[in-house]
Unconditional design. Structure first.
Length: 233
């Protein structure tokens, strides 16, 4: 729903307060910004109670896969705030916002539009484990793995068959988001690092259609990200 952004605002405020509390206990803070690309696995979509408003019968439909469109505006991007150096744990904890998008390769029924191209948009809480540093050619490579859970609030863009008038074009909170990742970091300078990572994001989504009906789909999104980290110590 459009109310999703109010929920995200409250969650972001809570995270910000938590960050300042952790810094007060001597923890370190990293801020990351990244780009890259995504490619979603094939999945079907299910429509219910949308035959009148969108002209599509109830049932499950194939879309012949999804197009990522990672380099079309708005491009694939994300940012992350990480805390590490806490007492009694070697784990790094992070909050990650990720913007990726998908568009149906084949429109089901007589629909004129089906996509999430203003973003699938996930906000996840991650736990990251650093693996022993790899020394190679005088360079320090720091591998890591991570996993997390959060919420998905995609921009749902569905347009019904000609003459129906059905159209949904808004942000909604559609369910949970799950992530697993693996990556490498390389230290550029005292406060700067660069990184590359591969992640899989799974978002089972159930969205309401304006005018009546619902759409459900599961997006398994493969993502490659490259970016920079600034460390506050």
């Amino acid at each position: 729903m459009k109310k999703s952004y109010y929920l995200v605002d409250k969650l972001s405020l809570g995270i910000t307060l938590l960050v300042f509390q952790c810094l007060g206990f001597g923890a370190n803070l990293d801020v990351s910004l990244y780009g890259g690309f995504n490619n979603a696995a094939h999945s079907s979509v299910t429509f219910s109670n949308a035959s009148i408003s969108y002209g599509i019968d109830d049932g499950k439909y194939s879309v012949d896969g999804w197009e990522g469109e990672s380099f079309e505006s708005p491009i694939y991007y994300g940012y992350r705030v990480s805390i590490y150096g806490l007492e009694n744990t070697d784990l790094e904890f992070a909050v990650d916002f990720n913007h990726s998008k998908v568009k149906a390769k084949k429109l089901p029924g007589n629909l004129r539009r089906l996509e999430f191209t203003d973003g699938i948009n996930t906000l996840t809480f991650l736990a990251i484990h650093k693996i022993d540093t790899i020394m190679s050619m005088s360079a320090e490579l720091n591998p890591y793995i991570g996993a997390g859970i959060g919420v998905a609030y995609p921009h749902v863009d569905v347009e019904g068959a000609t003459g129906t008038g059905g159209k949904t074009y808004d942000y909604q909170r559609t369910g949970p988001a799950y992530q697993v990742m693996a990556g490498l970091r390389y230290e550029l300078a005292e406060s700067w690092k660069t990184f590359a990572e591969y992640r899989i994001t799974y978002t089972p989504m159930k969205a309401d259609l304006d005018g009546g009906g619902q759409i459900e789909t599961d997006i398994l999104n493969n993502q490659v990200s490259v970016g920079f980290i600034y460390s506050f110590q």
